[in-house]
Design a protein around this ligand. Structure first.
Ligand code: GLC
Length: 432
């Protein structure tokens, strides 16, 4: 039986308006710098992993700089990993010593982060891992770094998930009572259906019903994701672009794709799978055209910097956003079918045609004849001339012809505008 959504529905207006946020994966795994699952992948013991705790000293941590970087890229909210699967906490939790104030750095990281976001006018989000590979009462399963160690498993046989549950609920209480208003919470993740992970863990293990009630009680307006195993306020496709608007039980749902710059969430020094800035802009636009958000990740280094490659790609995205923001912010899908290699977004009487590839001289827009008052390139407000081809005349020599009667044709400059994704702004007639 499907559970009802997290108590009363909350207002998601800011979220579906803002459309673009920054995910920050940061913790001890920034030091090995080979993926945030390194403890799992390399089956490291707590003792082996301890070296990163003992050397955690991000001397260049400057959350104001992160917040400025996010805003300049056109992002309007930031979500930080307060605790990842390795169990390390970025705040001064009273419930564990496995936290930042016990490292050489010795100070809370979360308070300054929250203040920096607010100062930059950004909404604040927390990520919290339900999985915990450090906690002594977290029952060992197939995701655990020690999953192949028979002696360890035997010694852990009587671990009681209820003890861990209490810790988990207690930490969430700390997070949601110590830093003022928190706008967004990303729990990660449930996997009760995963046989290869020994049956996994899910809502019964986390006591998700009580957890979600607690979250709402402490932060009535907060948006919570769907990874506790119970429905939340939005769904979270990860590392893929949905084929269309998302729905559950036949009803549209609010969604946000979380995406990496290079396939890894944590800082991954030798990774070469960088996505280009134009691909990332296309992903943002593609999502908005399907009524979704983009949460784009950075994995700062062990010293606390967003690395130069990530900064460069975010700066490129920011240059595009500077000129094209109004084609994504506050926009959603349109009911018209776009031409090949294009996406439409819409806000009120504005229809935005995003051209993922630049055609020769013309683009044909089915269904838009008589529905457009004016058209311009968005980057420089230069007019785009509208023509109608005669549907009764076939294409011949220099005559285009042959387009259906309801098609509007636009004349394009041969030279592609210098923008990662060129956008044409169409002013629709009142009836369109
Ligand atoms: C996954 C991974 C994790 C990452 C998250 C982001 O569930 O386990 O490392 O934090 O996705 O959505």
């Amino acid at each position: 039986m499907e559970s009802p959504p997290v108590s009363a529905p909350v207002d998601t207006t800011w979220f579906t308006h803002d459309r673009f946020g920054m995910f920050v994966h940061w913790g001890l795994y920034a030091l090995p710098a080979r993926h945030e699952w390194v403890k799992n992948r390399e089956k490291l013991t707590d003792e082996q992993y301890q070296v990163y705790f003992d050397h955690f000293d991000p001397d260049r941590y400057d959350p104001a700089e992160w917040a400025r970087t996010a805003r300049a890229a056109g992002m309007r909210y930031v979500v930080l990993t307060t605790k990842h699967h390795d169990g390390f906490c970025l705040w001064d939790s009273t419930l564990t010593d496995y936290q930042v104030t016990r490292t050489p750095y010795g100070r809370d990281l979360l308070g300054p982060f929250v203040d920096a976001c607010r100062a930059e006018g950004l909404k604040v989000g927390f990520y919290y891992s339900l999985i915990d590979w450090h906690h002594p009462s977290f029952p060992v399963d197939g995701t655990h770094p020690r999953r192949d160690d028979a002696a360890y498993i035997e010694a852990a046989a009587d671990r009681d998930i209820r003890v861990y549950q209490e810790y988990l609920h207690g930490q969430v209480r700390e997070l949601l009572t110590s830093y003022g208003t928190i706008d967004y919470l990303f729990f990660d993740f449930s996997y009760a259906d995963r046989d290869e992970w020994w049956g996994g863990k899910g809502p019964d293990d986390w006591d998700s019903r009580a957890l979600l009630d607690l979250v709402r009680e402490l932060q009535p307006g907060i948006l919570v994701n769907d990874r506790t195993g119970l429905p939340g306020d939005f769904v979270t496709p990860e590392q893929y672009q949905p084929a269309g608007p998302m729905s559950a039980g036949g009803r549209p749902v609010v969604w946000e794709a979380c995406q990496t710059l290079n396939g890894s969430w944590g800082y991954d020094r030798d990774n070469l799978d960088d996505k280009s800035a134009d691909l990332l802009v296309r992903m943002l636009v593609d999502g908005v055209s399907k009524d979704g958000n983009l949460l784009l990740n950075v994995g700062p280094t062990g010293r606390g910097d967003i690395d130069p490659g990530a900064r460069a790609v975010l700066a490129d995205i920011g240059r595009w956003m500077d000129l094209h923001e109004r084609s994504v912010r506050g926009c959603g899908p349109a009911s018209y079918t776009p031409p090949p290699d294009c996406r439409y977004t819409r806000r009120g009487d504005r229809l935005y045609l995003h051209l993922f590839s630049w055609p020769l001289s013309h683009v044909h827009l089915p269904g838009l004849a008589g529905r457009v008052r004016y058209a311009q390139l968005l980057n420089d407000a230069s007019e785009i001339v509208r023509v109608r081809t005669d549907p009764d005349l076939p294409a011949h020599n220099a005559r285009m012809g042959g387009q259906p009667a309801d098609t509007l044709t636009l004349e394009l400059p041969v030279r592609r505008p210098d923008a990662l994704v060129p956008v044409i702004e169409l002013f629709l007639t009142p009836s369109a």
